[in-house]
Design a binder for this molecule. Structure first.
Ligand code: NAD
Length: 488
């Protein structure tokens, strides 16, 4: 169905500093109404070729600017996005289905901060130097930008994750061709409108819109794009790895998770319960860092479950633009069906669904009847081998199970193919350190969740990714190092 009341928003690619129309387009839906409201360029090889050409042409000038000059431009861009924060937040909420509150307080502030952070951190890197007096030598390293970076981002945190790539890439002196998710392209397009005013020279940032199979793959296969930073699913990462192999490209892969929360019987439940609700259901559970397996020590299992379910039922699902709403719409009809199917499978396996999908009824405002909504859902008594405990569901669904000992729970927490993020709840400092060390997880939060210092490495182990991003890590990824030896 088409939204007749308003004109369709039509996006254009941004290449060499200009908006350029495309010969064909893809429909983009408003997840909270089910209406098509936007058309996104369906770019392919030709558009990617033009963008790579523009990025290559801009590289010599951009890469020879001083870090301070680039830093000033990034700061200006941060200011411009911040100035339009409300418009960006509204657009992100409408395009993605997330609540306006989440977009206002998390997505867009973080996009602003990504530019500010790398504008600052780029000024503070030093290279290494060693002396070898016996040989009369000094060795040092020098770092230079690599060239044209290909950046591919997912739909769950659209501008947040795209700018987490664009900012370090251009701060280091690379030029970029970015491809946002075809389902959430609007805020990237809005950002392009600010680039010229911020002083970003033409061709430094190019954005090509379209599907993964067409536009994404053309970028991955382009011989003049030596590095790809990708955030998305493990399946797509495998495809990207294969497709880029003939060129031996440098890859940074930030992928899915099946993140455990481990709640010991000495945990402060007054902190643990509200935070674990957020870690399970924030952004409709569509954050790679969301908790979906909650292991609770036997002695407090029933109390935890009772309180957790009672609180989960209070989360208000509805129109994302209503600031009192806690859970917005899921990204698409297909995704909603997929998330629901996991709940059905759990039931068929004999697990107990304690609240949410299939148990409670969902009343939606008149305008949102065709939106992709779902209640926060808590499942108990599900086996570790169940697909609900092994596969990434990426929706507002979390499983709660009991455990007895520290050794046992570490084994079970590690018993999945993923290794992105874990949370540990305990007031015993020794235990917290011990457990954190043994978890196979790129990030471990103890007695908190999602508190990030962008200086430190972010990324996953096992099927959750390859490589890390952060102040030093992104600098290393987006530059090529050389060791130079001087004999005197
Ligand atoms: P996805 O893998 O389907 O798509 C991600 C991006 O890759 C999109 O822009 C898509 O168009 C593109 N793409 C798809 N096929 C491609 C191909 N063959 N070649 C090149 N590009 C291709 O993922 P999604 O459904 O958009 O996002 C959800 C996934 O992302 C979840 O698994 C989630 O855990 C993960 N994620 C990970 C992190 C992290 O930092 N580790 C952050 C957010 C999301």
């Amino acid at each position: 169905t088409m939204a007749h009341s308003e004109a369709l928003l039509v996006l254009e690619n941004f290449i060499a500093g200009k908006f350029v129309p495309c010969s064909s387009y893809i429909d983009s839906y408003n997840p909270s109404t089910g209406d098509v409201y936007c058309r996104v360029p369906d770019s392919g090889k030709e558009e990617v070729e033009a963008a790579v050409k523009a990025a290559k042409a801009a590289f010599p000038i951009w890469s020879s600017k001083s870090p301070l000059e680039r830093s000033q431009i990034l700061n200006k861009l941060a200011d411009l996005i911040e100035h339009d924060l409300e418009a960006f937040a509204q657009a992100e909420s409408k395009d993605q289905g997330k609540t306006i509150t989440f977009a206002r307080t998390v997505d867009i502030p973080r996009a602003v901060y990504n530019f500010r952070f790398f504008a600052s951190s780029i000024l503070h890197h030093t290279t290494e130097c060693t002396e070898m007096t016996s040989m009369g030598c000094v060795h040092y390293t020098s770092r230079a930008p690599v060239g044209v970076a290909g950046l591919i981002s997912p739909w769950n945190l659209p501008l947040y994750l795209l700018t987490w790539k664009i900012a370090p890439a251009i701060a280091c002196g690379n030029t970029v061709v970015a491809k946002p998710s075809e389902m959430t392209s609007v805020t990237a397009w809005m950002m392009c409108k600010l680039l010229e005013k911020a002083g970003v020279p033409h061709g430094v940032v190019n954005v090509v819109f379209g599907t993964g199979a067409k536009a994404g793959e053309a970028l991955v296969c382009h011989p003049d794009v030596p590095l790809i930073s990708f955030t998305g699913s493990t399946l797509t990462a495998q495809r990207i790895t294969e497709k880029s192999a003939p060129h031996c490209k440098r890859l940074s892969l930030e992928l899915g998770g099946k993140n455990p929360a481990i709640v010991f019987d000495d945990a402060d439940l007054s902190q643990c319960i509200p935070t674990t609700l957020r870690s399970s259901f924030a952004n409709q559970g569509e954050i790679c860092l969301c908790t979906s397996r909650i292991f609770v020590q036997r002695g407090i299992y029933s109390e935890f479950l009772k309180r957790f379910v009672a609180e989960a039922k209070k989360w208000k699902v509805g129109n994302p633009s209503d600031p009192t709403v806690d859970v917005g719409a899921l990204i698409s009809k297909e995704h909603l069906e997929k998330v629901r199917s996991y709940v059905k499978k759990a039931q068929a396996e004999g697990a107990r669904v304690l609240c949410g999908e299939g148990v409670d009824s969902l009343a939606l405002p008149t305008g949102n009847q065709k939106g992709y909504f779902m209640l926060p859902t808590v499942i108990a008594e599900v086996k570790d081998e169940s697909c609900c405990m092994q596969e990434e569901i990426f929706g507002p669904v979390t499983c709660v199970v009991a455990f007895d000992t520290e050794d046992e729970v570490i084994g079970r927490a590690n018993g999945v193919k993923y290794g992105l993020a874990a949370t540990v709840w305990s007031s015993n400092v020794g235990r917290v350190h011990r457990v954190a060390r043994r978890l196979q997880s790129g990030l471990v939060w103890t007695n908190c969740w999602l508190i990030r210092d962008l200086n430190l490495p972010f990324g996953g182990m096992k099927a959750s990714g390859i490589g890390r991003e952060g102040a030093k890590d992104s600098y290393e990824f987006f530059t090529e190092v050389k060791t130079i030896t001087i004999k005197h």
